[in-house]
Design a protein around this ligand. Structure first.
Ligand code: DMJ
Length: 456
């Protein structure tokens, strides 16, 4: 089924928005987000590995030809370093490792080089935004005191280690190892990492902590850095398990109805709200269970299972059976969005991602059932003639479509669905880690740095 869904999403993108970043499936035209500046083709690059894995050979070939002829980074535009890294660099790296086609390696390294000026700050903590022609960087104007964002500068590690591995140029890995060094020197309030860090002073901004937006994938990349180095990156491992310990103590709570959730922390006060983005953490806890210190393996799996259950409830308690952007545990509600501007669903993957990890790690059939419920809801409410669209209010009985087919729907949501219903030996966890955009990167085995060639 996810293959049919992919075909529908891809065919319509091809028909109405080919070469542009994303598709507007209702108005049937291209959609350009300013996150990618003038770089084009986000959907193509994000979808390459999904096409490959689903064996959509014709489509993969067309996509590859487009990359060869048209993917151009010589543009005078300001881009988001994080978004371009996870979608474009990550997408190209996976396409290379899966297919062995040199063009993807070349483009990934070329783009990585374009991102390097972002690290020209007093601390080496990169800017959020970069003009890839002039090399001038800056931060989001809304970020606390000119800060860079934890989830942005903390989500370059996996891709940059691979860029060094593939190019033979150590500079990429050096840049991300330096980020670690800066973080390790800093005092952490209650052992927690604030979402904001000023790249000039090297000091934290506001003490806001989140495992959802602004924080999320920083934690994911600590764990995966350790896994991706064949469990040799002991520093990444320690940082991950220490962070999880602090998160458990200060952020994880149980509602009176028995639902475990991860709250947000604002200078010591809890906001009892959990984002859709935060739901990825169920999968992360389960994936990290194996290495948990002090016989806590079972506990981490259980934590993953509880987060999965809570996130499933956030879907189940809507009329469309698709989860809202954020849900609350206060004012008498549990796992329900109370604010109008938190009721939307934009085809995000995190809940399905967690089902996929929980399925692989426990084989409890309920995760496939829950994934199937999501498929039915997507087909019923998000599928339109011209592709798939997000929804403005999942509590309404009537769809109001937002008219965007996000590129991560093809790279993540559909890939995780496909993996959820595939055998475990398709991209097995011993050999692959997924970047935060679901692009698989091979584990760099200690005995043989090129072991990934055996995994094709
Ligand atoms: C994706 O780009 C990535 O999963 C990122 O880590 C968070 N946001 C979107 C999907 O929701």
């Amino acid at each position: 089924v996810s293959l049919q869904m992919m075909k529908h999403a891809w065919d319509n993108y091809k028909r109405y928005a080919w070469g542009l970043n994303e598709l507007k499936p209702i108005s049937k035209q291209g959609h350009s987000s300013n996150l990618f500046g003038n770089i084009q083709g986000a959907t193509i690059v994000d979808a390459l590995d999904t096409l490959y894995i689903m064996e959509m050979k014709e489509e993969f070939k067309e996509a590859k030809e487009w990359v060869e002829k048209n993917l151009d980074f010589n543009v005078n535009a300001e881009i988001s370093v994080f978004e371009v890294n996870i979608r474009f660099v990550g997408g190209l790296l996976s396409a290379y490792y899966l297919s062995g086609e040199e063009v993807f390696r070349k483009k990934a390294v070329e783009l990585g080089e374009k991102l390097l000026p972002a690290f020209n700050t007093p601390t080496g903590i990169p800017w959020a935004l970069l003009n890839i022609k002039s090399g001038i960087g800056r931060n989001w104007p809304w970020a606390s005191g000119g800060s860079s964002i934890l989830a942005e500068f903390g989500t370059l590690h996996l891709e940059f280690v691979h860029l060094s591995h593939l190019s033979g140029n150590p500079v990429f890995a050096e840049k991300v190892m330096n980020i670690r060094k800066v973080l390790n020197r800093l005092d952490k309030p209650e052992g927690l990492y604030p979402n904001y860090l000023n790249p000039s002073s090297g000091q934290w901004g506001q003490h806001h902590v989140s495992i959802g937006g602004l924080g999320d994938s920083f934690y994911e990349y600590l764990l995966k850095a350790w896994l991706m180095t064949d469990k040799t990156d002991e520093e990444g491992k320690k940082m991950y398990y220490d962070a999880v310990q602090a998160i458990e103590t200060h952020l994880i709570r149980k509602s009176s109805g028995g639902l475990t959730y991860i709250a947000e922390w604002k200078g010591g006060l809890l906001e009892h709200k959990m984002g859709h983005l935060t739901c990825f953490a169920g999968g992360m806890f389960a994936l990290g269970a194996d290495g948990a210190p002090n016989d806590r393996t079972g506990h981490h799996i259980e934590l993953g299972a509880e987060i999965a259950r809570t996130c499933h409830e956030s879907y189940d308690r809507t009329s469309m059976k698709l989860g809202p952007e954020a849900f609350r545990f206060d004012g008498g509600v549990e796992a329900i969005a109370t604010r109008q501007n938190e009721k939307y669903y934009i085809l995000r993957p995190e809940v399905i991602e967690t089902y996929m990890y929980m399925w692989r790690l426990t084989h409890d059939p309920k995760y496939r059932q829950w994934g199937w419920e999501a498929v039915e809801a997507l087909e019923k409410h998000c599928r339109v003639d011209g592709g798939y669209s997000g929804i403005r209010d999942v509590y309404n009985n009537h769809e109001s479509h937002d008219d965007v087919q996000q590129s991560f729907f093809l790279s993540e949501t559909l890939k995780y669905l496909y993996l959820l219903f595939s055998e475990d030996d398709l991209l097995p966890f011993e050999h692959w880690v997924f970047n935060t955009e679901a692009h698989p990167l091979p584990v760099l085995h200690k005995d043989n740095g090129n072991k990934e060639d055996d995994q094709k």
